[in-house]
Design a protein. Sequence first.
Lengths: 203, 184
Amino acid sequence: MIDTEPETELETAIAAAGRRFSPQVSPPVLAGADISYVVEDVAVGRLLLAARRDGTLLTSAYVPDDAEADALLDRLARRVSPGVLRGGNALDTARRQLDEYLAGRRRSFELATDTVLATPFQQTVLDRLARDVGYGTTTSYGALATAIGRPSASRAVGAALGANPLCIVLPCHRVVASSGALTGYAGGVEAKRHLLNLERAAA
Amino acid sequence: VSLPPFQRLVDAHWRDVARFAHALAGPVDGDDVAQQAWTQALAAYPRLRSSANLRGWLLTITARCATDAHRGRARRPAPVGDVSGVVAAGHDPSDPAAGAALDAAASPDDPLWTAVRDLPERQRTAVALRYVADLDHAAVARALDTTPAATRRLVSDALGTLRTRLADVPDPTDLPETSKETVR
Protein backbone atom coordinates (compact mmCIF):
# COMPACT_ATOMS: atom_id res chain seq x y z
CA MET A 1 0.00 0.00 0.00
CA ILE A 2 1.19 3.47 -0.72
CA ASP A 3 0.17 6.81 0.70
CA THR A 4 -1.77 8.23 -2.19
CA GLU A 5 -5.07 9.14 -0.60
CA PRO A 6 -5.58 12.89 -0.28
CA GLU A 7 -5.68 14.26 3.26
CA THR A 8 -9.09 15.02 4.65
CA GLU A 9 -9.83 18.33 6.33
CA LEU A 10 -9.57 16.59 9.69
CA GLU A 11 -6.07 15.32 8.90
CA THR A 12 -4.96 18.75 7.74
CA ALA A 13 -6.42 20.32 10.89
CA ILE A 14 -4.57 17.83 13.14
CA ALA A 15 -1.29 18.69 11.47
CA ALA A 16 -1.97 22.40 11.91
CA ALA A 17 -3.02 21.99 15.56
CA GLY A 18 0.11 19.99 16.39
CA ARG A 19 2.34 22.63 14.82
CA ARG A 20 0.78 25.49 16.76
CA PHE A 21 2.61 24.51 19.95
CA SER A 22 5.30 27.05 20.67
CA PRO A 23 6.90 26.11 23.98
CA GLN A 24 9.19 28.76 25.43
CA VAL A 25 12.34 26.69 25.68
CA SER A 26 15.99 27.02 24.80
CA PRO A 27 18.22 24.53 22.92
CA PRO A 28 19.06 21.37 24.85
CA VAL A 29 22.16 21.34 27.03
CA LEU A 30 23.98 18.10 26.33
CA ALA A 31 27.08 16.45 27.75
CA GLY A 32 29.07 13.42 26.67
CA ALA A 33 29.68 14.15 22.98
CA ASP A 34 32.52 12.23 21.31
CA ILE A 35 33.90 15.55 20.06
CA SER A 36 33.45 19.02 21.55
CA TYR A 37 34.33 22.17 19.68
CA VAL A 38 34.37 25.93 20.03
CA VAL A 39 35.00 28.66 17.51
CA GLU A 40 36.99 31.41 19.16
CA ASP A 41 38.28 34.81 18.08
CA VAL A 42 41.84 35.27 19.31
CA ALA A 43 44.51 37.88 18.60
CA VAL A 44 45.67 36.16 15.41
CA GLY A 45 42.32 35.14 13.94
CA ARG A 46 39.34 32.87 14.27
CA LEU A 47 40.20 29.37 15.51
CA LEU A 48 38.16 26.19 15.61
CA LEU A 49 39.30 24.10 18.57
CA ALA A 50 38.03 20.52 18.79
CA ALA A 51 38.84 17.82 21.32
CA ARG A 52 37.86 14.30 22.17
CA ARG A 53 35.90 13.60 25.32
CA ASP A 54 39.17 13.09 27.29
CA GLY A 55 40.50 16.49 26.18
CA THR A 56 42.85 15.24 23.44
CA LEU A 57 43.11 18.14 21.02
CA LEU A 58 42.20 17.31 17.40
CA THR A 59 42.14 20.71 15.77
CA SER A 60 43.30 24.21 16.34
CA ALA A 61 42.63 25.52 12.88
CA TYR A 62 42.00 28.89 11.31
CA VAL A 63 38.42 29.20 10.05
CA PRO A 64 37.96 32.67 8.55
CA ASP A 65 34.25 32.07 7.84
CA ASP A 66 31.35 29.73 8.68
CA ALA A 67 31.77 27.74 5.48
CA GLU A 68 35.32 26.79 6.48
CA ALA A 69 34.18 25.91 9.98
CA ASP A 70 31.40 23.71 8.58
CA ALA A 71 33.80 21.96 6.22
CA LEU A 72 36.18 21.19 9.09
CA LEU A 73 33.33 19.89 11.29
CA ASP A 74 32.27 17.65 8.39
CA ARG A 75 35.78 16.21 8.22
CA LEU A 76 35.79 15.55 11.97
CA ALA A 77 32.38 13.86 11.69
CA ARG A 78 33.60 11.64 8.85
CA ARG A 79 37.03 10.80 10.17
CA VAL A 80 36.51 10.60 13.94
CA SER A 81 32.85 10.56 15.00
CA PRO A 82 29.62 12.33 14.00
CA GLY A 83 28.93 12.89 17.72
CA VAL A 84 30.13 16.50 17.43
CA LEU A 85 28.75 19.16 19.78
CA ARG A 86 29.51 22.80 20.46
CA GLY A 87 30.71 23.77 23.93
CA GLY A 88 31.47 21.51 26.85
CA ASN A 89 34.51 21.61 29.13
CA ALA A 90 36.75 19.17 27.24
CA LEU A 91 38.44 22.24 25.75
CA ASP A 92 39.06 24.18 28.94
CA THR A 93 42.75 23.26 29.27
CA ALA A 94 43.57 23.91 25.63
CA ARG A 95 41.84 27.29 25.70
CA ARG A 96 43.68 28.33 28.86
CA GLN A 97 47.08 27.31 27.46
CA LEU A 98 46.42 29.09 24.17
CA ASP A 99 45.48 32.26 26.02
CA GLU A 100 48.67 32.03 28.09
CA TYR A 101 50.77 31.44 24.97
CA LEU A 102 49.20 34.37 23.11
CA ALA A 103 49.84 36.59 26.13
CA GLY A 104 53.53 35.62 26.03
CA ARG A 105 53.28 33.71 29.31
CA ARG A 106 53.71 30.18 27.92
CA ARG A 107 56.50 28.76 25.77
CA SER A 108 55.29 25.21 25.18
CA PHE A 109 52.00 23.36 25.27
CA GLU A 110 51.30 20.54 27.65
CA LEU A 111 48.39 19.02 25.79
CA ALA A 112 47.51 15.59 24.48
CA THR A 113 47.13 15.96 20.73
CA ASP A 114 46.08 13.66 17.91
CA THR A 115 46.87 14.43 14.27
CA VAL A 116 44.17 12.05 13.05
CA LEU A 117 43.17 14.59 10.40
CA ALA A 118 46.66 14.57 8.86
CA THR A 119 48.05 12.11 6.31
CA PRO A 120 51.02 9.90 7.30
CA PHE A 121 53.44 12.23 5.45
CA GLN A 122 51.94 15.28 7.12
CA GLN A 123 52.29 13.55 10.48
CA THR A 124 55.98 12.84 9.82
CA VAL A 125 56.57 16.50 9.01
CA LEU A 126 54.56 17.77 12.00
CA ASP A 127 56.26 15.36 14.42
CA ARG A 128 59.69 16.52 13.29
CA LEU A 129 58.63 20.16 13.49
CA ALA A 130 57.36 19.80 17.06
CA ARG A 131 60.53 18.02 18.14
CA ASP A 132 63.17 20.18 16.42
CA VAL A 133 61.93 23.75 16.21
CA GLY A 134 61.65 25.38 19.60
CA TYR A 135 60.07 28.56 20.87
CA GLY A 136 61.60 31.75 19.45
CA THR A 137 63.50 29.96 16.67
CA THR A 138 62.76 29.39 12.99
CA THR A 139 63.79 26.92 10.32
CA SER A 140 63.31 26.66 6.55
CA TYR A 141 61.23 24.28 4.43
CA GLY A 142 64.43 22.84 2.95
CA ALA A 143 66.01 22.24 6.35
CA LEU A 144 62.88 20.47 7.57
CA ALA A 145 62.77 18.37 4.38
CA THR A 146 66.39 17.37 4.99
CA ALA A 147 65.60 16.57 8.62
CA ILE A 148 62.98 14.01 7.58
CA GLY A 149 65.39 12.49 5.02
CA ARG A 150 63.63 13.94 1.95
CA PRO A 151 65.94 16.83 0.99
CA SER A 152 64.23 17.42 -2.35
CA ALA A 153 60.74 17.51 -0.87
CA SER A 154 60.66 21.08 0.44
CA ARG A 155 57.51 21.90 -1.57
CA ALA A 156 55.73 18.82 -0.19
CA VAL A 157 56.87 19.87 3.28
CA GLY A 158 55.36 23.31 2.68
CA ALA A 159 52.06 21.72 1.64
CA ALA A 160 52.10 19.44 4.68
CA LEU A 161 52.60 22.42 6.99
CA GLY A 162 49.81 24.26 5.17
CA ALA A 163 47.49 21.39 6.08
CA ASN A 164 48.46 21.48 9.77
CA PRO A 165 45.29 20.70 11.76
CA LEU A 166 46.89 21.95 15.00
CA CYS A 167 48.11 25.44 14.19
CA ILE A 168 50.05 27.31 16.91
CA VAL A 169 50.18 24.13 19.07
CA LEU A 170 52.28 22.44 16.39
CA PRO A 171 54.34 25.49 15.42
CA CYS A 172 54.22 25.60 11.61
CA HIS A 173 54.56 29.39 11.89
CA ARG A 174 58.24 28.82 12.75
CA VAL A 175 59.02 27.59 9.24
CA VAL A 176 60.05 30.34 6.80
CA ALA A 177 61.61 30.58 3.34
CA SER A 178 65.37 29.99 3.18
CA SER A 179 65.69 33.70 2.39
CA GLY A 180 64.02 34.37 5.72
CA ALA A 181 60.89 35.76 4.05
CA LEU A 182 57.52 35.02 5.66
CA THR A 183 55.64 32.96 3.11
CA GLY A 184 52.17 31.45 3.24
CA TYR A 185 50.40 30.64 6.49
CA ALA A 186 46.94 29.21 7.07
CA GLY A 187 46.08 32.19 9.27
CA GLY A 188 47.63 34.70 6.86
CA VAL A 189 51.13 36.20 6.77
CA GLU A 190 50.13 38.89 9.30
CA ALA A 191 49.26 36.23 11.86
CA LYS A 192 52.56 34.49 11.22
CA ARG A 193 54.47 37.74 11.77
CA HIS A 194 52.48 38.39 14.97
CA LEU A 195 53.38 34.96 16.40
CA LEU A 196 57.09 35.22 15.48
CA ASN A 197 57.33 38.72 16.98
CA LEU A 198 55.55 37.50 20.11
CA GLU A 199 58.06 34.67 20.54
CA ARG A 200 61.04 36.88 19.78
CA ALA A 201 59.93 39.44 22.36
CA ALA A 202 59.28 36.85 25.06
CA ALA A 203 62.32 34.63 24.30
CA VAL B 1 27.09 6.38 5.87
CA SER B 2 28.23 9.96 6.17
CA LEU B 3 26.40 11.56 9.08
CA PRO B 4 26.53 15.32 9.61
CA PRO B 5 27.95 16.69 12.89
CA PHE B 6 25.31 16.22 15.60
CA GLN B 7 25.33 19.93 16.40
CA ARG B 8 23.80 20.58 12.99
CA LEU B 9 20.80 18.38 13.94
CA VAL B 10 20.41 20.26 17.20
CA ASP B 11 20.50 23.64 15.46
CA ALA B 12 18.07 22.57 12.74
CA HIS B 13 15.55 20.61 14.79
CA TRP B 14 15.55 21.62 18.45
CA ARG B 15 12.41 23.73 18.06
CA ASP B 16 10.64 20.91 16.24
CA VAL B 17 11.56 18.40 18.92
CA ALA B 18 10.43 20.76 21.70
CA ARG B 19 7.11 21.43 19.96
CA PHE B 20 6.52 17.74 19.34
CA ALA B 21 7.40 16.82 22.94
CA HIS B 22 4.96 19.42 24.25
CA ALA B 23 2.26 18.33 21.83
CA LEU B 24 2.55 14.71 23.00
CA ALA B 25 3.50 14.99 26.65
CA GLY B 26 1.84 18.24 27.67
CA PRO B 27 3.32 21.39 29.17
CA VAL B 28 4.42 19.74 32.44
CA ASP B 29 6.45 16.83 30.99
CA GLY B 30 7.29 18.36 27.61
CA ASP B 31 10.68 19.86 28.55
CA ASP B 32 11.87 16.66 30.24
CA VAL B 33 10.76 14.56 27.29
CA ALA B 34 12.63 16.79 24.84
CA GLN B 35 15.80 16.75 26.97
CA GLN B 36 15.63 12.98 27.31
CA ALA B 37 15.10 12.56 23.59
CA TRP B 38 18.23 14.60 22.81
CA THR B 39 20.32 12.66 25.32
CA GLN B 40 19.21 9.33 23.83
CA ALA B 41 19.70 10.60 20.29
CA LEU B 42 23.27 11.77 21.00
CA ALA B 43 24.17 8.39 22.50
CA ALA B 44 22.70 6.43 19.56
CA TYR B 45 23.82 8.77 16.77
CA PRO B 46 27.36 7.50 16.02
CA ARG B 47 25.93 4.01 15.37
CA LEU B 48 23.08 5.18 13.14
CA ARG B 49 23.09 3.34 9.80
CA SER B 50 21.33 5.86 7.59
CA SER B 51 21.33 9.60 7.24
CA ALA B 52 17.93 9.62 5.51
CA ASN B 53 15.22 11.57 7.36
CA LEU B 54 17.12 12.51 10.51
CA ARG B 55 14.21 14.71 11.57
CA GLY B 56 11.89 11.70 11.46
CA TRP B 57 14.43 9.71 13.47
CA LEU B 58 14.59 12.45 16.15
CA LEU B 59 10.81 12.77 16.37
CA THR B 60 10.45 9.00 16.62
CA ILE B 61 12.80 9.02 19.62
CA THR B 62 10.81 11.93 21.06
CA ALA B 63 7.57 9.96 20.68
CA ARG B 64 9.13 6.99 22.53
CA CYS B 65 10.30 9.24 25.35
CA ALA B 66 6.80 10.72 25.59
CA THR B 67 5.39 7.20 25.85
CA ASP B 68 7.90 6.36 28.60
CA ALA B 69 7.01 9.52 30.51
CA HIS B 70 3.35 8.62 30.16
CA ARG B 71 3.91 5.12 31.54
CA GLY B 72 6.14 6.40 34.34
CA ARG B 73 3.37 8.74 35.36
CA ALA B 74 0.79 5.96 35.20
CA ARG B 75 2.92 3.80 37.53
CA ARG B 76 3.30 6.51 40.14
CA PRO B 77 0.79 6.31 42.97
CA ALA B 78 -1.27 9.43 42.53
CA PRO B 79 -4.83 10.55 43.04
CA VAL B 80 -5.62 9.59 39.51
CA GLY B 81 -8.93 8.39 38.16
CA ASP B 82 -8.41 8.50 34.44
CA VAL B 83 -4.71 8.19 33.60
CA SER B 84 -5.01 9.05 29.93
CA GLY B 85 -6.93 12.17 30.83
CA VAL B 86 -4.29 13.34 33.29
CA VAL B 87 -1.42 12.99 30.92
CA ALA B 88 -3.43 14.21 27.99
CA ALA B 89 -4.22 17.46 29.72
CA GLY B 90 -0.91 17.47 31.60
CA HIS B 91 -2.37 18.68 34.87
CA ASP B 92 -3.80 17.59 38.18
CA PRO B 93 -7.43 16.64 37.59
CA SER B 94 -8.39 18.01 41.00
CA ASP B 95 -7.57 21.48 39.74
CA PRO B 96 -9.18 21.84 36.34
CA ALA B 97 -8.78 25.60 36.23
CA ALA B 98 -4.98 25.51 36.60
CA GLY B 99 -4.76 22.79 33.97
CA ALA B 100 -6.85 24.74 31.53
CA ALA B 101 -4.56 27.73 31.94
CA LEU B 102 -1.47 25.62 31.25
CA ASP B 103 -3.06 24.10 28.17
CA ALA B 104 -4.08 27.46 26.88
CA ALA B 105 -0.49 28.65 27.22
CA ALA B 106 0.81 25.72 25.20
CA SER B 107 -1.78 25.70 22.45
CA PRO B 108 -4.44 28.39 22.36
CA ASP B 109 -7.70 26.67 23.37
CA ASP B 110 -7.76 23.99 20.77
CA PRO B 111 -10.55 21.43 21.18
CA LEU B 112 -9.14 19.35 18.35
CA TRP B 113 -5.75 18.89 20.05
CA THR B 114 -7.42 18.24 23.39
CA ALA B 115 -9.31 15.44 21.68
CA VAL B 116 -6.04 14.12 20.21
CA ARG B 117 -4.50 14.11 23.70
CA ASP B 118 -7.46 12.12 24.97
CA LEU B 119 -6.87 9.31 22.47
CA PRO B 120 -5.44 6.01 23.71
CA GLU B 121 -1.65 6.21 23.83
CA ARG B 122 -0.74 4.30 20.67
CA GLN B 123 -3.41 6.04 18.63
CA ARG B 124 -2.23 9.42 19.85
CA THR B 125 1.39 8.62 19.06
CA ALA B 126 0.49 7.25 15.62
CA VAL B 127 -1.58 10.33 14.79
CA ALA B 128 1.17 12.70 15.93
CA LEU B 129 3.90 10.87 14.01
CA ARG B 130 1.73 10.66 10.89
CA TYR B 131 0.37 14.21 10.73
CA VAL B 132 2.57 16.42 12.91
CA ALA B 133 5.94 14.75 12.27
CA ASP B 134 4.71 14.02 8.73
CA LEU B 135 6.12 10.47 8.58
CA ASP B 136 4.71 7.93 6.13
CA HIS B 137 2.92 4.81 7.38
CA ALA B 138 6.04 2.67 6.99
CA ALA B 139 8.09 5.02 9.19
CA VAL B 140 5.30 5.29 11.77
CA ALA B 141 5.11 1.49 11.82
CA ARG B 142 8.85 1.25 12.51
CA ALA B 143 8.55 3.81 15.30
CA LEU B 144 5.73 1.83 16.91
CA ASP B 145 7.33 -1.60 16.28
CA THR B 146 4.38 -2.75 14.27
CA THR B 147 3.25 -3.25 10.67
CA PRO B 148 2.11 -0.54 8.27
CA ALA B 149 -1.30 -2.23 8.13
CA ALA B 150 -1.66 -2.07 11.92
CA THR B 151 -0.52 1.56 11.80
CA ARG B 152 -3.24 2.38 9.28
CA ARG B 153 -5.82 0.79 11.57
CA LEU B 154 -4.55 2.80 14.55
CA VAL B 155 -4.73 6.02 12.58
CA SER B 156 -8.13 5.34 11.05
CA ASP B 157 -9.58 4.32 14.43
CA ALA B 158 -8.19 7.55 15.86
CA LEU B 159 -9.68 9.66 13.08
CA GLY B 160 -13.04 7.96 13.63
CA THR B 161 -12.92 8.75 17.35
CA LEU B 162 -11.93 12.35 16.68
CA ARG B 163 -14.79 12.84 14.20
CA THR B 164 -17.27 11.54 16.75
CA ARG B 165 -15.84 13.61 19.63
CA LEU B 166 -15.77 16.81 17.64
CA ALA B 167 -19.30 16.22 16.35
CA ASP B 168 -20.38 15.94 20.03
CA VAL B 169 -19.25 19.47 20.80
CA PRO B 170 -22.55 21.20 21.60
CA ASP B 171 -22.14 24.51 19.85
CA PRO B 172 -19.74 24.42 16.89
CA THR B 173 -19.94 28.19 16.43
CA ASP B 174 -17.87 28.50 19.64
CA LEU B 175 -14.97 26.64 18.05
CA PRO B 176 -11.99 28.35 16.52
CA GLU B 177 -11.86 28.50 12.74
CA THR B 178 -9.80 25.39 12.02
CA SER B 179 -11.85 23.12 14.22
CA LYS B 180 -15.14 24.37 12.82
CA GLU B 181 -14.12 23.18 9.40
CA THR B 182 -13.35 19.73 10.64
CA VAL B 183 -16.79 19.29 12.15
CA ARG B 184 -18.58 19.66 8.86
